[in-house]
Write a new protein. Structure first.
Length: 131
């Protein structure tokens, strides 16, 4: 593990454990035949044994997000999203605001602050809000 300091190394290890733990329980939420959007679909499919599809890049508003995320019912977000593309943490969940219903959220201290680092959302909650 490459890290700048012991705290960063500890945080990276804890995040990894939380991610694998969350992915490991996906089948408790995602029914057979359903799929989940994820920024790391290959890892989610492998460790979670669920069908995973990559979250589309460049979504910038709720209406576009609803359309772009219409194939799957679930969205798995992580703290360490793809910031190199200018996307916010937990992308694209922040676009939906409070209408997006979490099924579970895992939090940990990051840079001294308690933050959500892995979350599974039911996209039906935002579809129902406009339908």
């Amino acid at each position: 593990l490459v890290a700048d300091n012991p705290q960063s190394a500890d945080e990276a290890l804890e995040f990894g454990a939380r991610f694998i733990g969350a992915v490991g329980v996906l089948r408790d939420y995602v029914a057979p035949g359903e799929c989940v959007y994820a920024v790391t679909p290959k890892m989610v499919a492998h460790f979670g044994r669920v069908t995973a599809i990559a979250v589309p890049r460049g979504i910038s508003d709720p209406d576009t997000a609803r359309e772009a995320l219409s194939a799957c019912r679930y969205l798995l977000t992580i703290f360490a999203t793809s910031s190199q593309f200018g996307e916010p943490e937990m992308y694209p969940a922040p676009l939906f605001g409070p209408s997006l219903r979490p099924l579970f959220v895992s939090e940990m201290k990051v840079d001294g602050l308690e933050r959500p680092v892995v979350a599974l959302f039911d996209l039906a909650s935002v579809r129902d809000a406009v339908d």
